[in-house]
Design a protein around this ligand. Structure first.
Ligand SMILES: C[S@@+](CC[C@H](N)C(=O)[O-])C[C@H]1O[C@@H](n2cnc3c(N)ncnc32)[C@H](O)[C@@H]1O
Length: 398
């Protein structure tokens, strides 16, 4: 990517899910990024090639790290083809490489992102054909080069996608249970809670164990990309193996032992089998305790600690049952988790209220297309007293 790397520090854009921009900005700051500017579902910053590689390897809340290399304006649809064809693509990759275009459009002259991708692809392939007699092939799933097209009104930005496949694909997710969280969202939830790996961590409805695995990786200081085999930048002509190995070695030196209890449970033995398989793939099965148990019965180790969970949202469950589940979750918090801080994510805001505790903090996050609230509750000793008195005969729960 010689042109884009012309200056030692260049603009980079990290994309993330909505609501995690500030967390990602903090992650980038910790890595030494400069001129950090949170945007909508992205964080812009400046860094050198080392920073580009390190952001891919370390950022837990980034989905993709983009390297913008061409900006231009278009007046008509056909301008896109002409301007893209004028770029010297042969300096970046060859006709024998495969490529793919991802497009995002905001109020632009194009209305369909698929069509914008198609025209961009045609312009690149036609340029190669005119110059070499050969057209590079498109490979949507696993291309050698992934190019990102962003069109806001008539402003076009083309970026090289240095990540390749999305960074939520950590490489440890080998088994599925129902409704798993994305790894990036799970890591964002853990980081938003402020948990630093020093106190106990409990997920009493852990499903396939995404929150547990991300928490254990944070506690051990294992990079987010530790189990990934490849990143997009590894196929670039100027990939520096030496620099990459230096980043890997530095991360190995910074690994640490887990000093707290990380424990997950679930009512479904089948879902716990998936959690066990995922933890084993991440070589964390000896560091995380798993047990088949309903959350109502969970008694955590003594505080301090955090309980973070992702209960069912009720898409497949009757409303009465989902209401009872959230009420019981609140009661379990008040009864058994004094001294802990609890965090719950749900798209069902009515059900969340039935937890019966006032959240001290609340964030809006998206679990796939579902808008969710992520609420944090301090479980003081008083919450337990409140629970006990409200459950005296003749009293109704709040
Ligand atoms: C949305 S899924 C959690 C997914 C998980 N975060 C993941 O990434 O795979 C909800 C989980 O709650 C579990 N569950 C439902 N009722 C429960 C109960 N009473 N006690 C414990 N677990 C329960 C389900 O078995 C399911 O695994």
């Amino acid at each position: 990517m010689s042109a884009a790397f012309a200056s030692p520090k260049f603009p980079i854009l990290a994309k993330c899910p909505s609501g995690l921009e500030q967390v990602l900005a903090s992650e980038l700051e910790a890595l030494g990024a400069e001129e950090i500017e949170p945007q909508l579902r992205a964080v812009a910053f400046r860094g050198d090639r080392r920073m580009l590689y390190a952001a891919n390897y370390h950022c837990r809340t980034a989905l993709r790290i983009l390297l913008p290399f061409s900006r231009f304006t278009i007046a008509t649809e056909s301008d896109l083809y002409t301007q893209v064809k004028a770029i010297r693509w042969e300096e970046y990759f060859s006709a024998s490489d495969t490529f793919a275009i991802d497009s995002t459009l905001l109020n632009s002259v194009y209305t369909h992102s698929h069509y914008a991708s198609q025209r961009t692809k045609d312009a690149i392939a036609d340029r190669f054909r005119d110059r070499t007699g050969k057209r590079p092939s498109v490979n949507i799933e696993d291309p050698d080069f992934r190019i990102n097209l962003h069109m806001s009104r008539n402003e076009v930005t083309l970026s090289f996608d240095s990540s390749g496949t999305s960074l939520h694909r950590r490489g440890y997710h080998v088994a599925n249970a129902e409704a798993p969280l994305s790894e990036v969202l799970a890591a964002g939830m853990v980081l938003l809670s402020g948990w630093d790996g020093q106190t106990n961590f409990i997920d009493p409805m852990c499903g396939s164990g995404t929150l547990l695995t991300e928490a254990a990786m944070i506690a051990m200081n294992l990079p987010a990309g530790y189990f990934r085999e490849s990143f997009g930048f590894m196929k670039w002509k100027d990939f520096s193996k030496e620099l990459w190995e230096d980043i890997l070695n530095e991360a190995l030196d910074n690994q640490q032992d887990i000093e707290c209890i990380i424990r997950g449970s679930d009512i479904s033995a089948k879902n716990l089998e998936a959690a066990a398989a995922n933890l084993k793939a991440a070589r964390l099965h000896k560091d995380v305790e798993l047990e088949v148990m309903s959350f109502q019965k969970v008694v955590p180790p003594p505080p301090p600690g955090v309980v973070i969970t992702n209960p069912p949202y009720g898409e497949k469950i009757r409303v009465e049952d989902i209401n009872a589940l959230y009420k019981e979750l609140g009661n379990a918090f008040k009864r058994n988790f004094s001294g802990y801080r609890a965090w719950v994510i749900s798209s069902d805001q009515q059900a969340l209220k039935l937890i019966g505790l006032k959240p001290g903090k609340k964030f809006t996050l998206f679990n796939g297309p579902l808008e969710c609230r992520y609420a944090g509750y301090d479980l003081y000793e008083g919450s337990r007293r409140e629970f006990l008195t409200s459950n005296l005969p003749g009293r109704t729960n709040p």
